[in-house]
Design a protein around this ligand. Structure first.
Ligand code: NAI
Length: 328
């Protein structure tokens, strides 16, 4: 029998945590034959609610769930961690400036990066979900100098999945027919969902749709502002679809992208496509055997270039701001 994989989830008592933990424990994160130990990290005020979630996890009698640890100590939560999902973050509250937001999140992701550096397993893979996800991932990564930088990733899979769904709606295709969509840049309203290399049942998506006005004033803003639209309609933020995207992100990272397709992940830039080295920015990537590679050689039109540059520019500003605050 396989040794259980240690999966750490921060913010475990939150909305996303509630939608995420049951799917991890059921085998959807890593595979239906991989047993897991769950390590739930919460702040002291969240511990009791986390205990309640753990009671429910028990009551599911998941065959793959081998243990649950609940703690407010990062050192305990990340001890021997193989996969870490960093979901808990400090949300922006009314009147909060960006500097305050970054400072507050630096106080979370800096120490968590250090704890990962000191206590996690050698094969640790980190996904940052908590916003601002790219820059929080950068803070954690820079605080974990002994961990290879490519093990720190930020989630843009929800944006990727949203883009696929919008394309399916527009064309009447099934989501399974849609391949090679790319989210570039930051997980924020500046992100650029790119369909110029996407395929719908083997045909180029942009050519097939052939509707620049739709692309510019419907598709791109709909994908980029979907989070706000969900809050407005549902009255609460998108937790189940975010949890689903986290599952997809890690599953794809570990088990590989399908032949002839790719996915989008926020990863440390190697300078590809003019994205400054070291920034955590979303790229088209293929994955295999637990490793990923940026898809190379894509032609970038002036239209795409301007949008990628705008989003990457925002990431540069965020990086400079956290550097100025001494967080990286
Ligand atoms: P939530 O507020 O329901 O839950 C957050 C949980 O994190 C709370 O239980 C809180 O006690 C905990 N927490 C706060 N600081 C912590 C720390 N230092 N250590 C451990 N736990 C801590 O929020 P929700 O809806 O679950 O969202 C979580 C984050 O995910 C937010 O930052 C949200 O903006 C982000 N998000 C990111 C998406 C993406 O696509 N990258 C999509 C949707 C949400």
């Amino acid at each position: 029998t396989r040794t259980p994989v240690n999966v750490t989830v921060t913010g475990a008592a939150g909305q996303i945590g509630y939608a995420l933990l049951f799917r991890i424990a059921s085998g959807q994160l890593l595979g239906a034959d991989v047993p897991v130990n769950l390590r739930l990290l919460e702040i002291p005020q969240g511990l009791k609610a986390a205990e309640g979630v753990a009671m429910e996890l028990d009551d599911c009698a998941f065959p793959l769930l081998r243990g649950i640890t609940i703690t407010d100590q990062a050192a305990t939560a990340f001890d021997g961690a193989n996969v870490a999902l960093l979901v808990g973050a400090r949300p922006r509250t009314a009147g909060m400036e960006r500097g305050d937001l970054l400072q507050a999140n630096g106080g979370i992701f800096g120490p968590q990066g250090k704890a990962i550096n000191e206590h996690a397993a050698d094969d640790i893979k980190v996904l940052v979900v908590g916003n601002p996800a790219n820059t929080n991932a950068l803070i954690a990564q820079r605080n974990a100098p002994d961990v290879p930088a490519e093990r720190f990733t930020a989630m843009t899979r929800l944006d990727h999945n949203r883009a696929v769904a919008q394309l399916a709606k527009k064309t009447g295709a099934t989501v399974g027919d849609i391949k090679k969509v790319t989210i570039w840049g930051n997980h924020s309203a500046t992100q650029y969902p790119d369909i110029f290399h996407a395929e719908i049942a083997g045909k180029n998506a942009a050519e097939l749709i052939n509707d620049q006005a739709w692309l510019e004033s419907d598709f791109i803003p709909t994908v980029a502002k979907r989070g706000a639209a969900i809050i407005e309609v549902r009255g609460a933020s998108s937790a189940a679809s975010a949890a689903n995207a986290a599952i997809d992100h890690v599953y794809t990272w570990v088990n590989g992208t399908a032949e002839g397709d790719w996915t989008s992940m926020g990863i440390v830039s190697d300078g590809s496509y003019g994205v400054p080295e070291g920034l955590i920015s979303s790229f088209p990537v293929t994955t295999k055997d637990g490793k990923f590679e940026i898809v190379q050689g894509l032609e970038i039109s002036d239209f795409s270039r301007a949008r990628i540059d705008a989003s990457v520019g925002e990431l540069v500003e965020e990086r400079d701001a956290v550097a100025g605050l001494g967080l990286i």
